[in-house]
Structure formats: C-alpha cells, structure tokens
Ligand binder design. Sequence first.
Ligand SMILES: [Zn+2]
Length: 430
Amino acid sequence: MPETPMLFFKNVRMVDEDCGDAVDVDVLVADGHYRKIAPGQQAPAEARVIEGKGRLLMPAMFDAHVHFREPGGEAKEDIESGSAAAVNGGVTGVVMMPNTTPSIDCGAVVKTVLDKAAAVSPIQVLTSGCVTLGRHGKELAAFDAMRNLGVKMLTDDGDSTGDPAVLYRAMLYAKEFGMFFASHCEVPELAGPRALTEGAMAYRLGIKGSPPCAEEIIIDRDIRLAHAAGAPIHIQHVSTQLGMETIQWWKDRGDVKVTAEVAPHHLMFIDEDIGDFDTHYKMNPPLRTRNDNEALLEGLKTGVFDLLATDHAPHTPFEKAQDFTSAPNGITGLETAVVSMFDRFISRGELTWSDLVKRYSAEPRRMMGLDPVPVVEGGVAELILFDEGAETTFSTEFMRSKARNTPFLNQTLKGRIDFVMRAGVVLLER
Ligand SMILES: [Zn+2]
C-alpha cells in the first residue's frame, strides 16, 4: 500500500449532487478524508499542493452495470483490466453482471470472483447473481448462499428471464432475502437476430430489426410481476421513449419500488450511425432514433432514470470484426462515459455536473445500499479531478481495458480526467 498522502487541492471548483453552481475552494485531504473545505486556506507545510485552477473536484463515479467477463471470458476482459479501465474513466465502484462462464449463480462462483477482486482490484467491486441456474430460465439460482456473500442484485442480464412463473416465484423468495431484480427486457421471439432496431436502417441493410415493443412489453411485464409480488425491481439499459414512459407510469402509481437506468450510448447514438455495418454501434438493446435520444436525456434529468450505467461490454477485435449479424452485442463504456457525457451534453449546457454526479455517482451507490461519497468535511475522499479545458484522445495507448470496441476509438473529445483517488490512495494522475 503506498503511503497515504496529505493533499491540498488549491482553487478547485467543487461539484456535488444537488449543488446549484460549482464553488471555488481549497480542499485539504488527509488519511483518505476531507479535512477542510473552504476558500483562501493556507496549505499545511507537509501537504502536497495540487493546482486546481480550471479543474473540477467531484465524487468518483459508480457503475452499476459492467461486464468484466471473469470467469471464462478473460480474452475480452478480466477483473483486473476492467478495474483499470474503470479507474481510467473516473469510476471507483462497479457491479459486475453474472453472465460469465460458468455463470455467477451460486456461492462458490460469487466467492471466487469477490476473492479475485479483493486481490487485484483497487476499486469497489460488487457482483450481481443470476436469477436462474446457468441463466437457463428454469430453476432458481442459489439466492441464500449468494446473499450471504453480499449479493443484492439478481439478474439474468444478456437475456430476459423468459418464464413469468419462474420470475414471479423468484421475486417472492428474493424479497424475503432483501434482494432485488435487475431486468434485461426483451421478448426473444420479437427481437430476431438482435442486431439493430426495426426501421429504415434495418431495411436498408437487409437485416430483420428488433422493434421497440420487444423491449417495452417486458419492461411492463416485469414491473407488473414485481408489483404483484411486492418486490423491488430495477430496469436495465432502457432504450425507447415508450419504455421510459411505461416506467414513469408505474413510478407515478407509487405502489411498486422501481428504479431504472439508461446507458450513455442510448443518449448519444442512433441506428443510422451504424453506417456501413460498423459493429462498434451494435448493442442490445439496439440504438434507436433521435427522438428516443432526446426523450431519454430528459428522463435522466427529471429522474425517471435514477441512474446512468454504461453496460461496459468488452469483446475482442476478432469478434467485433465479424459480419454485422454474427458480431457480439455491446461496446465498452467505463473509460469514455464521463468525458463523453461532458463533451456531448454538459459542455453544451444540456446537462449539469450535478446531474451527472447524482446519476452516475450517488444514486447507483444508494441503489446498492452503499453510502454516496459527497465532498463534505469529514467525508471519505473518493474523488476525481476533471479538466474541462483539456482533451482526451481514446487511442489504443490511452485505454486500459483489454477491449477496443467503442465508437470513440481514436476520437478526441473535450475534457479529461486528471486524478482519481480512493481509500487514501491516488489511483490515477495525469
Ligand atoms: Zn449488460
């Protein structure tokens, strides 16, 4: 463990959720905690001074939907490389998805991945567990054993849990265990080859598209089941306006505990970006339309979406180089989320830093039963520094993920993460 430094951030703009305007302050950090936050301080002689002019200091992010592919998919990513990618993107906590090989569906596999994380990862790594054994949709996974190891989220992510009777029974059990469901919503029969949305682009490329209703039907079904079971539910990676409105309708009723997430790519890209069969725009749920982009961004601002989550889905270059229907779904997101959200929305006044901190740092932690990490005196200094005036080029050299499957590959975007700290340790400094 490196020695815990005393740090003095001079003249930084401080950002937090629910703070209107960022304020310029000096921030003293010692033993991994904020000791004093005030303007015009004198730096202690033993402190290392970090010039903060032009930089923002804010809570580090937390991503409640990542695929680290371990065990079984280590050619794409593993817990160590995934954690390095997270740090590179200003993310200090994650929830891994259980669609690994073998699946994370019992105490033994949960213990294996959490032990590995404790050994190799400098960030907070949580795992979700499967709803059904092997994600086959038949028998329930070992909820109790997983719960005893700290698993809170249950999901068959990558697929819907097909049989509603199985899901309903699972919900009745899980609520007794204090666990909740995260639903990947899709009717497989409607989704076809799961390559892109139904519409003009699908016709042009000659591929059977997945209509929005393939997703919307299951959003409603799963919330309805949770309502009947009296169980909490989380809806993953919503991509359509009507799907979002369905969630809003249930939230307005107020008699079922629903949370929901949206991914950055569903706010930024549309099916036409696929262009000439570019598999860096292939994900599931697929990219939809500009109208959906705009509606979803509004939903992130107003809180229909409690959180932003990337669905970080690494694949090897070989896999992504296959033809469009054969290539696997998904793009990486951990390294690009904060910078791209700044470049596309915050720098244009369409979103505030407070919005981002709330949706990508505080709320995902709350959903997982963790405390947020606000910038307050006495609080834990789990923070990032962001330079709005700098740029980031997402080159192969820049990226720490094993994977390169992102539409931002070799693009230069506004903004740069300069510094990441967690548990008294400086994890990144540029
Ligand atoms: Zn996923």
